[in-house]
Design a protein around this ligand. Structure first.
Ligand SMILES: Nc1nc2c(ncn2[C@@H]2O[C@H](COP(=O)(O)OP(=O)(O)OP(=O)(O)O)[C@@H](O)[C@H]2O)c(=O)[nH]1
Ligand SMILES: [Mg+2]
Length: 496
């Protein structure tokens, strides 16, 4: 149930990341993005990819936290994975997580590290402070054995317990109780991180299992950092013990601190204790409702926030595929509530953050695009204006060329006319100045001289000949003058 909701959430996160990736590519392709927005988008993508969802299980010891985690998340392994048994089992805060590329291993921070005053968050950066042990995930048994280490303890003197910050109380009321030899049993580890390949953990789920009250109280980091940062806190009570004083103390100090409202659920575990075979179903139902009401009253919350379950029967039902038992364990209702409490809230946070950043970048890009559009519009306007201008210039030039061509043609016509006049005139000139004309005249004169009987006749003929020639020359001079006058005029006209 929770697994499906969680997968849907992971899918959604993936879709958001794809969208951002596409935006980034688009910005790049269109040369709109700058280095700063690119970096911001990359950061967003990293954050989406590494997004964690922390669910913390908090309760007094032996209320069934570890069993509930087994039932909700690890039933698929067909067995109990986290150690769960009577008495104190989980001795240190335990984070279960998995990231692609991690090795299956269990990292344990020795309790002595408390002396250094360094916080767990700080120490997470120094692997050498941790004891790292490989985790064999091939079988449920080897997993169980490895995980049993979170329950390891040590016996220390009173002085050392003091030094490590464990309160000691002879009666065991306000602190750990020394044994007969005066020694005190304290957790061997301060914090455990279990890297464990599991589909939900791979999608960013981090489960935080916590030890009972004394250890919680002794590790301030839990109260100050780990629990406030959890996206959901599940507080567990047991139906057989009801709400004890120490339950109430855990509730007030660790769960209800700051009156956190969202992502907080209460499970009333071990309801199977009421199925004693004697009571009727109706009696059991009445008993459960009564307990739920009294728990809600004591914790001052709405009864709808209290989920009666049986972690142990839920685990057994899931392992054996027993539908009836699963329904009776009511574990599915709790899972449903966990998903609806947890995932929408988380999704809102992620969406708001992502939307804020992306919106910023989109707005900036839009401004940039608008500025570019304005620039282009101006350029277009300029070009359009120029186009009008060019057309005017071209029309003017065309007109001019056309009129020049007309003029030229007119000139050409005139030139042809003048040329024909010139050739007529020169033909005339050759008519009386040429050799043919001279020869004719010479022949005629010679015949006249031959016919003449007297010298007077000869003289007359000679005189006539020369007069004729002189006349021809005079005529020619006139004609040459006329021609040269005409050529002068023509020259003047064409040079203008
Ligand atoms: N009858 C019954 N017993 C349960 C149920 N859940 C857990 N238990 C038993 O309660 C005991 C304590 O369970 P754990 O899961 O170790 O409880 P825890 O809260 O993790 O305890 P610590 O790790 O010691 O703080 C074990 O013996 C479980 O078998 C339940 O639903 N019904
Ligand atoms: Mg436990």
């Amino acid at each position: 149930m929770l697994a499906e909701h969680f997968s849907a959430y992971t899918q959604w996160r993936g879709d958001v990341a794809t969208g951002i990736e596409e935006l980034r590519k688009w910005l790049h392709l269109n040369e709109i993005g700058d280095a700063q927005s690119d970096l911001r988008l990359q950061y967003l993508l990293d954050r989406l990819r590494e997004d964690k969802l922390i669910v913390a299980f908090v309760a007094e010891f032996s209320r069934g936290k570890s069993e509930l985690i087994n039932a909700v998340f690890f039933a698929g392994y067909g067995n109990r994975i986290l150690p769960s048994s009577a008495g104190r089992t989980t001795m240190c805060p335990t984070e279960l997580q998995w990231k692609a590329g991690d090795k299956p291993e269990i990292r344990l921070l020795p309790i002595e590290s408390r002396k250094t005053n360094a916080s767990i968050t700080e120490l997470k950066r120094y692997p050498e402070e941790w004891q790292i042990r490989p985790l064999d995930t091939s079988s449920a048994e080897s997993l169980q054995q490895a995980l049993a280490q979170v329950g390891e303890t040590r016996l220390v003197s009173r002085a050392e317990a003091d030094q490590l910050g464990f309160p000691v109380d002879e009666n065991g009321d306000t602190g750990l109780r020394p044994d007969a030899a005066g020694e005190i049993e304290i957790p061997r580890w301060r914090h455990a991180i279990i890297q464990f390949p599991h589909p939900l953990l791979e999608q960013g789920l981090v489960i935080l299992d916590t030890p009972g009250l004394n250890a919680i109280g002794a590790e301030p980091e839990l109260t100050l950092n780990l629990l406030p940062n959890a996206h959901a806190v599940l507080f567990i009570l047991a139906a057989d013990t009801g709400v004890t004083q120490s339950d109430l103390a855990v509730w007030r100090e660790h769960v209800n601190a700051g009156r956190r409202q969202r992502g907080r659920l209460v499970a009333l575990n071990k309801i199977d204790g009421l199925w004693d075979g004697l009571r009727s179903e109706a009696d059991i139902e009445r008993e459960i409702s009564g307990q739920v009401a009294s728990v809600a009253d004591t914790l001052d919350i709405d009864p709808s926030q209290v989920y009666p379950v049986s972690a142990q029967k839920g685990l057994v039902a899931k392992v054996n595929n027993d539908e009836d038992l699963l329904a009776r364990s009511r574990i599915v209702e709790l899972e449903e509530a966990l998903s609806t409490e947890l995932l929408p809230t988380k999704r809102d946070i992620v969406r708001d953050n992502t939307y804020g950043d992306v919106n910023d970048i989109v707005n900036r890009s839009r401004e940039l695009l608008n500025a570019r559009l304005t620039g282009l519009r101006e350029q277009l306007q300029e070009l359009t204006d120029l186009r009008g201008k060019n057309q005017n210039v071209i029309e003017y030039m065309m007109r001019k060329v056309r009129s020049e061509k007309d003029e030229f043609e007119q000139g050409l016509q005139k030139y042809y006319a003048v040329r024909s006049v010139f050739s007529n005139l020169s033909n005339n000139l050759f008519g009386h100045l040429g050799l043919d004309a001279l020869r004719d005249e010479t022949r005629r004169t010679r015949e006249a001289m031959l016919d003449a009987a007297f010298s007077r006749g000869l003289r007359e003929a000679m005189k006539g000949f020369f007069e004729h020639l002189r006349g021809n020359l005079r005529k020619s001079t006139d004609e040459v003058g006329e021609i040269s006058k005409m050529l002068d005029a023509m020259y003047k006209r064409f040079t203008v």
